[in-house]
Ligand binder design. Structure first.
Ligand SMILES: [Zn+2]
Length: 374
């Protein structure tokens, strides 16, 4: 493989080996800022760290072009899900994996590497269209970094988030909205052997609530899950406290409201039947989006892929990512696949050639955007 791929791979390995679980982005943010400054660019770290709980702010860098066509923004996130020990990347048979029992972190360091490499190219040879790039924080914990961005400061009229898994070619134009439901059951503690009749079990009430919920795949566009349950103190104490945390997602706002209401009803009924109090919190975690096939970023992404002789695969995601935030903020944006597989697991891997595909795709996006208006 060529020198570009070797450099990209080395950069990718360097990035994944800097640990950056959400909230601990400082070291990788410093590496990224340093890399960009060495390339002759002027990265700016925003002031969002305090509000987001991240280890750093988001890093934004602008590369003025010749002003032709459509100004675009490309985004990647710097944080990863929690890690289980240090990450050591191993390259074997054209595939990068993690040596230990933890994630590789290709989600989203593959995109960070590609974006850095292209930015370094643009520092030497400016693009024809104006270009902005974002390295965000705390994507994995509620898209907090992206939510803290001031989109009014961006000149871009189309956004491209490189944060989808699978071979290069996916163009994600739809994603669901998500609500999170948290319920704190407040029962009455008592000795389980001496005076159980004086107690009211928070765990039993929470269990009844979960058992009464429709969960899993609710319909073709809606899913729901209770993912955490925590309560009690010892086997001989009727538990006073129990918390459950769940979520619902849907591409249809009305169905999301209905599913969330169903989960809240189940909690309230179970608490009432148990004769205990419950506190319920419902949070809008992220807002879904749906772009037409002729929306600006969709047209640009599809044309760029065809330049590389890759047939675009337009599709929907079941997850949320920074792209939800850009769309909710009025900047039409798509999520593009960048090559990683089995993300968020110790089996995560990245075929090396996909780094090159994503790198060429980003250059092609710039070419097509410069030739695209309206
Ligand atoms: Zn990601």
């Amino acid at each position: 493989m060529g020198a570009v791929v070797d450099d990209l791979l080395a950069l990718f390995v360097r990035l994944v080996e800097i640990p950056s679980p959400s909230g601990h982005e400082r070291a990788v943010a410093d590496f990224i800022s340093g890399y960009l400054r060495d390339a002759g660019l002027d990265p700016h770290e925003d002031e969002s760290a305090g509000a987001t709980g991240a280890g750093s702010g988001n890093i934004v860098v602008r590369v003025p072009g010749a002003g032709r066509g459509t100004p675009i923004v490309v985004a990647a996130h710097m944080d990863t899900v929690a890690i289980d020990g240090p990450i050591e990347a191993v390259v074997e048979g054209g595939v990068v994996r993690s040596a230990g029992d933890t994630i590789l972190g290709g989600d989203d360091k593959a995109a960070c590497a590609v974006l850095l490499a292209v930015l370094a190219d643009l520092a030497k040879s400016p693009p024809s269209c104006d270009f902005e790039a974002v390295f965000s924080t705390c994507e994995e914990v509620g898209l907090r970094g992206a939510k803290a961005l001031d989109l009014s400061l961006f000149a871009a009229r189309a956004g491209f988030v490189f944060d989808s898994s699978g071979p290069v070619g996916d163009v994600i134009t739809r994603a669901p909205s998500q609500k999170t439901v948290t319920a704190d059951f407040h029962g009455v503690a008592a000795h389980a052997g001496i005076a159980p009749e004086k107690g009211r079990s928070a765990i039993a009430a929470a269990a009844a609530a979960v058992a009464a919920m429709d969960l899993g795949r609710i319909d073709s566009v809606t899913t729901a899950n209770v993912g955490l349950i925590r309560g009690g103190s010892a086997t001989n104490v009727v538990p006073e406290r129990c918390r459950i945390e769940g979520e619902a997602r849907s591409h249809e706002p009305a169905l999301l409201v209905a599913q969330t209401a169903h989960m809240v009803d189940a909690v309230q009924l179970a608490a009432a039947l148990a004769g205990i109090d419950v506190e319920i919190t419902v949070v809008d975690t992220f807002t879904g989006f749906s772009l037409d096939d002729d929306a600006l970023p969709v047209r640009i992404a599809c044309a760029a892929l065809r330049e590389l002789a890759i047939e675009p695969r337009i599709g929907a995601s079941g997850g949320g990512s920074d792209v939800n935030v850009y769309n909710a903020g009025g900047l039409p944006s798509v999520n593009l696949s960048v090559g990683m597989e089995q993300v968020h697991t110790p089996d995560e891997y990245l075929p090396v050639e996909r780094l090159d595909d994503a790198y060429r795709l980003l250059h092609a996006l710039l070419q097509v955007a410069a030739a695209t208006t309206g």
